[in-house]
Design a protein around this ligand. Structure first.
Ligand SMILES: [Zn+2]
Length: 221
């Protein structure tokens, strides 16, 4: 899947179903990403935190779930299987990044940290394009009563079974909008990773033993 996010040169590539179950699923198989030079990769190690890191140098960043850069040579990389990959890019300048947002990161407030990178660089939030990639949607994201308080009431639909369905994409959208990003610049891919078995891995569907999809955002410069 390929997505051109900004007016200029910034592009996203979402590799669905290219990583297979391995001994250590956290090891990226770089051979599958050979069109990119891995020495330019900027990768968060992803701990379901709310921590975001800004860097113009590539590397693996500890205890972190989002990476941003203004170095057009840097390739920001994220791994997901149900969680939302949320890509950000300035509409004309090479300022971009990606966040890993599952329900934990989302309810901890990871998105609230995303404007800092742009505002510190004197960029307007209404000039940022955002793309929420394929992830588990309201048809399949079910939670039990013990954690339901973590989600806004408008995002929840109760089921007869006593469980609840939660719309994570809507929560992300509302968070981004309330922070100051522009509604019309936020695009959501409606593919559900759980439903579309032939297209995506799903951590929940596959009982935790599954591969990962990989999202990349970089500049064509
Ligand atoms: Zn679904």
């Amino acid at each position: 899947m390929f997505q051109k996010i900004s007016n200029k040169s910034i592009k996203i590539k979402f590799f669905s179903k290219i990583f297979f179950i391995q001994k250590n699923i956290d090891e990226l198989d770089f051979s599958l990403l050979k069109e990119y030079d891995q020495k330019h990769f900027l990768i968060p190690n992803q701990t379901h935190s709310k921590n975001i890191f800004f860097s113009n140098k590539p590397g693996l960043i500890d205890d972190c779930d989002g990476v941003f850069t203004s170095n057009p040579r840097v390739v920001c990389v994220i791994k997901v299987a149900d969680c939302m990959p949320i890509f950000f890019a300035h509409q004309s300048r090479p300022f971009y990044g990606v966040v890993h947002a599952g329900w934990k990161g989302l309810t901890k407030g990871i998105l609230k940290g995303t404007p800092t990178f742009f505002t510190e660089n004197k960029l307007q939030l209404n000039e940022i394009d955002i793309y929420i990639g394929p992830s588990i949607q309201k048809c399949c994201f079910e939670v039990s009563k013990d954690i339901i308080d973590k989600f806004p009431s408008w995002s929840i639909r109760p089921k007869r079974t006593g469980k609840f369905m939660v719309n994570l994409q809507k929560i992300a959208f509302e968070d981004l909008r309330s922070i100051g990003f522009e509604k019309k610049r936020i695009k959501i891919n409606s593919d559900c990773s759980f439903c579309k078995k032939n297209n995506y891995y799903s951590y929940r569907r596959d009982g935790g033993k599954t591969g990962r999809m990989v999202g990349i955002i970089t500049s064509e410069v």
